[in-house]
Design a protein around this ligand. Structure first.
Ligand code: FES
Ligand code: FES
Length: 158
């Protein structure tokens, strides 16, 4: 990476971070290497698979496409910030119960996308869930168990 390092201050899972980084480093790499948060995965590295999904100020984004300079002053949530201490988020519990995860590569991104959906629409239809997951690819499950997991989580939250 060329150029000079800069200081970027942001909040990650509720904790303030001051990062010394190259401005165009990918947020995905900074989270994984500087912050030691390896939940977000690299699948395609091109914004196609959603394995690297995180929330920035409540917006679902592919962290492989975000230069870290863009998160100055922002609030980032990763899969590591979804559970409440030792208590899993209802979406995480439902993935376990319904078999929504197999190899697990897509799972952090799927769960982040699902949490974001339920925070915006607590009772989505099956069609809405399927549409919402359009940016998250899974090679293992055939999607149905993932969709069931999210619908079950919505049911339990109500
Ligand atoms: Fe970011 Fe695939 S690794 S979208
Ligand atoms: Fe393997 Fe989704 S569980 S890619």
């Amino acid at each position: 990476m060329s150029g000079k390092k800069i200081s970027v201050t942001c909040e990650v899972n509720g904790e303030e971070k001051k990062l010394e980084v190259f401005p165009m480093e990918r947020l995905l790499d900074v989270l994984r290497s500087e912050c030691k948060l390896t939940g977000a995965k690299e699948g395609c590295g091109e914004g196609e698979c959603g394995a690297c999904s995180v929330l920035i100020d409540g917006q679902l984004v592919n962290s492989c496409l975000v230069p870290v300079i863009q998160v100055q002053g922002k609030n980032i949530r990763t899969i590591e910030g979804i559970a409440n201490d030792d208590t899993l988020h209802p979406v995480q519990k439902a993935f376990l119960q319904c078999g929504g995860a197999q190899c697990g590569i897509c799972t952090p991104g799927m769960i982040i996308a699902a949490v974001n959906l339920l925070e915006n629409d607590p009772h989505p239809s099956r069609e809405k869930v399927i549409e919402w997951l359009g940016g998250n690819l899974c090679r293992c499950t055939g999607y149905m168990k993932i969709v069931e997991s999210i619908l079950q989580a919505a049911e339990e939250k109500s």
